[in-house]
Design a protein around this ligand. Structure first.
Ligand SMILES: NC(=O)c1ccc[n+]([C@@H]2O[C@H](COP(=O)([O-])OP(=O)(O)OC[C@H]3O[C@@H](n4cnc5c(N)ncnc54)[C@H](OP(=O)(O)O)[C@@H]3O)[C@@H](O)[C@H]2O)c1
Length: 344
């Protein structure tokens, strides 16, 4: 035991942001064989953390108390016996789904992903959940070529801005739905914003593409929205559902979502209209294809190092602000992504 006091955020019960509390520990945990102890520099925050906080995320079976935090970036601080692939001081990252809102944590050495030195920790953590989701949907779920066009929903958010930047990097034309306050951010990634509140995005896409539609739509809004997004897909293109945020906000019912899934994964696939549909989930894809996940995160970390990527870090906040950050995400008030500075 190392008697160094440290802190982490604990979710005391499923519920609102007030259930997130900063907890102090007197001694650092020691790594077991095959583990490393990581000094966490940054933890990502996003909509998914708020679903986990409310007990609505199917991928988390654990009951509170636990430390939330989908992804983190840090440096190896101590090494357990039998670990010969990492050294103290190495930069590493991982996506444990929970556990990231912490100053220190233990992780399996074989699971963490080595990263280049010299990365900005706030930008690096954006490469994990947000950018890897975007990258895999663009390059693994779809077959897109330069010049193709895509529609991104929730385009001013953490995953949305990642999709826009990677779309530009891949030579695609991007359209993005967002509230007007986020249009400047959408434009900053070379995309065309669509105000989904005051206009009908189906009509807008039809006009913008001369009635042809787009080659891919990335929709995390919900079952009803998937139906409208499907109408935006060009022949040969694909609708990728990857979430249903309107269920969490109470704007869509569970039966509505289930009907959406029945169409996305069943009915529409039977239609002979040349359009494709699918659902993406980063956690289940990683479980099936761990090497692919590792390769994709490492690619994005290298692109960041090379100066090709510029994630929209809205703010850097200390761990003590976790509850306030969740309030901002719940209110839809974050343009880009708020990152927690775990050592502040
Ligand atoms: N399946 C996966 O593997 C995976 C991975 C990562 C994230 N996700 C999901 O992706 C979603 C986005 O995550 P995030 O962290 O990027 O969230 P975020 O940064 O909090 O962005 C969400 C944004 O969605 C916008 N929005 C709300 N209703 C909308 C609507 N009807 N049309 C268009 N935009 C709307 C809001 O912005 P404005 O209304 O102000 O524009 C809100 O700020 C979440 O549902 C999350 O669970 C899924």
């Amino acid at each position: 035991m190392t008697s160094t006091p440290w802190q982490h955020v604990q979710l005391t019960a499923f519920g609102g942001p007030d259930k997130l509390q900063l907890v102090s520990e007197p001694t650092l945990p020691e790594p077991d064989p095959g583990q490393v102890r990581v000094k966490v520099l940054t933890a990502g925050t996003g909509f998914t953390d708020t679903i986990i906080r409310q007990g609505q995320y199917p991928g988390v079976k654990q009951k509170p108390p636990f430390t939330p935090g989908y992804d983190w970036f840090g440096v190896v601080d101590a090494i357990g016996s039998g670990v010969d692939t990492l050294q103290v001081g190495d930069c590493v990252a991982d996506m444990p789904v929970i556990g990231g809102y912490s100053q220190y944590l233990l992780a399996d050495a074989a699971r963490v992903i080595p990263c280049p030195v010299g990365l900005d920790p706030a930008q690096a953590v954006c490469m994990i959940l947000s950018y890897t989701t975007a990258f895999q949907m663009l390059t693994r779920e779809c077959t897109l070529k330069p010049g193709d066009s895509v529609l991104v929903h929730a385009a001013g958010g953490a995953v949305g801005t990642a999709l826009l930047e990677l779309a530009r990097e891949l030579g695609l034309t991007a359209y993005g739905t967002a509230s007007p306050g986020k249009h400047e951010l959408v434009r900053s990634f070379g995309a065309t914003p669509i105000d989904y509140r005051s206009t009908d995005f189906v009509e807008e896409i039809s006009q913008l593409t001369g009635g042809r539609g787009v080659q891919a739509v990335f929709d995390t809004i919900g079952g009803h929205n998937w139906s409208r997004s499907y109408r935006c897909v060009a022949k040969g293109g694909k609708l990728v559902g990857f979430g249903a945020l309107q269920v969490s906000t109470g704007e869509e019912s569970i039966p509505g979502l289930l009907w959406g899934f029945a169409k996305l994964l069943g009915l529409w696939r039977c239609l002979p209209d040349g359009r494709h549909t699918g659902f993406y989930n980063i956690q289940s894809r990683r479980e099936k294809l761990p090497d692919e996940f590792r390769e994709d995160v490492m690619t994005l970390m290298q692109w960041l190092k090379d100066g090709r990527l510029h994630p929209a870090v809205a703010e850097l906040r200390p761990l003590a602000d976790a509850a306030e950050v969740h309030r901002l995400i719940d209110a839809g008030a974050v343009a880009g992504k708020i990152v927690l500075d775990c050592q502040a």
